[in-house]
Design a protein around this ligand. Structure first.
Ligand SMILES: [Fe+2]
Ligand SMILES: [Fe+2]
Length: 397
């Protein structure tokens, strides 16, 4: 359905198609770097645009586009909010932590520290990177509240979109809390340096380049939730390998949350492809041209100017988030949203569709080249870097 005309709320149900049940496969770092090396050919997009205050071109949500999101509120209530868990049914960080009010607290902490000794520093670098990324949650809530048409206008708005954003934030808030407390208790980490890194990261904010568009925004969040699902899932696997079953359970529990979030955002994008395929397709191509920027890209601890690069290299080497993940995520969503099968597109939409479908192969080729280059570099000289998070102990990057 083309969207030259305003969509009436009453039309929305008839537009919905059945959702195919997804078979999910997981997927993070050099991928992003790899994606960053993709040649970008900016193309003119025929659409209402205006210049933002920062002089960048931003998408303008026309009345018709705003109406779409208003009309989808009932749908979001039934299809998006249902991915959230009731507070009373939700896990809380304390479920996984020693109880400071209990007499056995000291023993529990001692057990935790003993288990933590077997986990290598390279895993802690990745765990800390994941935790810091989670702790920058204020940045992500701010981002969601800039998507025009789905923002929380009052701070306590009862629209489905605003309720989702607040509850999603509340669910996410537990991730940083739990990892922060658990990792603190291991005694292996320089918490002051970690806290400084969080301070820097939240202060620096981030621009996901979604131009305040909910179309681009929900595409971004779909990719990001899947990336965090993969990353936490892989740290769970590593924690298990090194014998810390509690840490593995923590990371696995967080990964399961990310998967639910991914499913919710993915479903929204699927619905957008259903009701406004042209705009959704062009938005997907645009986000892919701009590349999905990692939330931790501005990591800084006051010492290492290339902290993100070094953290990413460790994540790549030990398989927490590898250069193949970006391509895997892209390929997954192309299939999940049936991008190649969408019909009824405008010439611009078809161009965007062609671009996205071809991108999977291009990304794969770039991954292969990047992988070969990194193997050659590694064989010529192995490099170790000190990380302030672990008292400047060195880890191979
Ligand atoms: Fe999270
Ligand atoms: Fe999440």
């Amino acid at each position: 359905m083309a969207f030259g005309l305003p969509l009436l709320c009453s039309q929305v149900p008839s537009l919905s198609s059945t959702f195919s049940s997804a078979s999910f496969k997981p997927n993070k770092l050099s991928k992003f770097q790899m994606a960053l090396s993709l040649p970008s050919k900016p193309k003119k997009i025929e659409r209402k645009l205006h210049k933002g205050g920062d002089n960048r071109t931003k998408y303008y949500m026309t009345k018709e586009k705003l109406e779409i999101f208003k009309c989808l509120e009932g749908w979001a209530e039934e299809n998006m909010l249902t991915f959230l868990k009731r507070v009373e049914d939700s896990w809380q960080p304390q479920d996984f932590l020693p109880d400071a009010s209990s007499e056995s607290f000291k023993d529990e902490v001692q057990d935790l520290k003993s288990r933590a000794e077997a986990v290598p520093d390279e895993c802690y670098v990745c765990l800390v990177g994941n935790m810091i990324t989670e702790e920058a949650l204020p940045t992500y809530q701010s981002i969601l509240n800039r998507f025009t048409g789905v923002e929380d206008e009052t701070g306590a708005s009862m629209t489905s979109w605003a309720r989702w954003t607040r509850s999603w934030t509340a669910e996410e808030n537990r991730h940083g809390d739990l990892l922060n407390k658990y990792l603190y208790l291991t005694g292996r980490l320089n918490m002051k340096q970690i806290e400084k890194t969080i301070h820097y990261l939240i202060s620096s904010g981030m621009d996901i380049q979604a131009e305040n568009s909910p179309y681009m925004g929900f595409i971004y969040t779909s990719f990001q939730e899947r990336a965090t699902f993969i990353s936490h899932g892989n740290t769970a696997r590593l924690a298990n390998v090194h014998g810390d079953a509690t840490l593995a359970k923590i990371c696995g529990t967080i990964a399961a949350d990310e998967k639910r979030h991914e499913m919710a955002y993915t479903k929204v994008v699927e619905k957008l492809f259903d009701v406004d395929p042209d705009m959704t397709m062009v938005s997907l191509a645009e986000m892919m041209r701009k590349r999905i920027v990692m939330p931790a890209v501005l990591l800084f601890d006051g010492q290492d100017e290339k902290l993100f690069e070094h953290y990413s290299a460790v994540a790549e080497r030990i398989g927490v988030y590898t250069s193949k993940d970006y391509g895997n995520i892209l390929e997954f969503f192309v299939k999940r949203w049936k991008v190649g099968e969408i019909t009824g597109l405008s010439p611009e939409g078809r161009k965007a569709q062609e671009y996205v479908c071809r991108l999977v192969e291009r990304v794969r080729k770039l991954e292969e080249r990047a992988h070969k280059r990194s193997l050659m570099t590694k064989s010529s000289h192995a490099n170790a870097m000190p990380f302030s998070w672990i008292f400047n102990r060195e880890v191979e990057v």
